[in-house]
Write a protein that binds this ligand. Structure first.
Ligand SMILES: [Zn+2]
Length: 453
């Protein structure tokens, strides 16, 4: 369980944190010089917090470790920001300021901007865009794709599938992508393409997509086991896996959230009665994101002779619970994601030839606002939480009407990195640049952006 700091335990729990803060105030040039590495990486681990803008990180930090505390993801030596806009389907020369996870994922997966809803295909022309996972495979790296969402959801899908619409997740979901159906010579749904692509380690939710039939009695899951995948459905079964090709499906849809709590409501909501989140809510048969990350690293490292691998790990429900204006569930997913980052950092500490990146796909709606009062309060949905500082923090969601799904925002978001090529994330870059950072780390030549503006 992530420590919820309470009064006297502050020093004990946050001891490392305080040291970290102190270190940041000293001359860091000696420490940073050797961190600048222009070489290639034998291991690439990309952590994506879906909908994890600076605001979402701050909300989680304040709640879980206090305003002066630091999360694992705060410890990376190089931090920058990247722009996340997408482009218009009808006129790709025009930006769309608020992007979705399909377009943003396509940006780092392929190095090209696309329109909202597309999975590694180009806006307007519907061309397949080669992905970083495919490039890693060509260069002999084992590959893994881990998420708390459905494996066929946009963020995991962009690495291993090419379809016109993110909705085309299983063979029965192809209404928006008639040209991609296998029956007309297309590559099939996202689920089919992920299996056909031979991604070594696939862990997440979304079993219902893989239980759809490809032809007659054969389901996508059947096809996966014919293709050599070991299928697992529980955390217990995952622990026993030793095959380097595994399909782990731990929920029919999105995996359960780690924490629960009251949803945000119009004022006065719970402003005068701050809530404390309920932790440890995930079903025991569903592994945590950190457990999936550790297992994926372990399997991938043994999948090839030299141990080279590319792995993407997504904390998906930071986004999904922001849509639901549920701050406790959102924070719990951010903290669970941070624990997965910690697993990656521990691996990277022992394997210096690891490029480790922590980024988001787009910002989301939650904002930390001043204490609302009868005389003056925001018009959106509000929830007040009692933080690790034992201080109330009010979070406002105001990007959609009450009872509607809260919307993403168009802000730039944090990207942080360490290892070979990591220094390239400094300053303000674009999401498509992350593709080139990772491609260089793979030792591939990096073509200039194509449809990126
Ligand atoms: Zn979203």
């Amino acid at each position: 369980m992530y420590p919820i700091i309470r009064g006297a335990s502050l020093l004990a729990v946050a001891g490392g944190t305080i040291l970290l803060v102190a270190a940041r105030t000293t001359d860091r040039s000696v420490e940073l010089r050797p961190a600048i590495d222009s070489g290639t990486a034998k291991h690439i681990i990309l952590f994506i917090g879906d909908g994890m803008g600076d605001s979402e990180i701050t909300i989680a930090r304040n709640y879980a470790v206090g305003a002066a505390g630091r999360l694992a993801m705060d410890a990376l030596p190089f931090t920058g920001e990247y722009t996340t806009y997408s482009i218009a389907e009808d006129d790709p020369s025009k930006p769309v300021y608020v992007a979705d996870s399909a377009a943003t994922g396509t940006a780092w997966a392929t190095g090209s901007k696309t329109s909202n809803g597309r999975i590694s295909t180009s806006a307007k022309t519907d061309r397949d865009l080669p992905t970083i996972l495919e490039l890693a495979q060509q260069r002999g790296y084992a590959t893994g794709d881990v998420t708390t969402a459905e494996l066929t959801d946009a963020t995991p899908a962009v690495l291993a599938a090419h379809v016109a619409s993110r909705s085309c997740q299983g063979p029965d979901d192809m209404a928006q992508c008639p040209q991609d159906r296998k029956t007309v010579g297309g590559p099939g749904s996202i689920a089919e393409q992920m299996i056909d692509r031979g991604v070594d380690v696939l862990l997440g939710g979304g079993s219902s997509r893989f239980e759809q039939s490809v032809s007659g009695e054969q389901t996508v899951a059947h096809q996966a086991s014919t293709n050599g995948y070991q299928l697992v459905k529980t955390a217990q079964a995952l622990r026993g896996v030793s095959s380097s090709r595994v399909l782990g499906l731990f929920a029919a849809g999105t995996m359960t959230t780690e924490w629960i709590g009251q949803e945000a409501l119009p004022y006065p909501s719970n402003v005068k009665n701050p809530q404390v989140c309920e932790t440890d809510h995930r079903r025991s048969q569903e592994p945590s994101l950190s457990e999936m990350t550790a297992k994926a690293i372990d399997l991938l490292e043994r999948a090839t002779r030299d141990g080279a691998f590319f792995l993407q790990v997504e904390g998906a429900s930071i986004d999904k619970q922001s849509h639901a204006a549920n701050p406790c569930a959102q924070i719990g997913e951010t903290i669970a994601f941070d624990r997965a980052v910690r697993v990656g950092l521990e691996y990277a500490a022992a394997h210096r030839d690891t490029l480790l990146v922590v980024a988001a796909d787009h910002g989301h709606s939650g904002q930390i606002v001043s204490t609302p009062a009868d005389a003056d309060h925001p018009s959106g949905l509000l929830s007040t939480l009692l933080t690790a500082d034992r201080t109330p923090m009010t979070v406002s969601y105001a990007t959609a009407a009450y009872h509607r799904s809260q919307d993403h925002t168009g802000t730039q978001v944090r990207i942080a990195a360490q290892g070979p090529q990591a220094a390239a994330v400094l300053g303000v870059i674009d999401q498509t640049d992350l593709f080139r950072v990772m491609a260089r780390a793979l030792g591939a030549s990096t073509p200039p952006p194509s449809s990126a503006r």
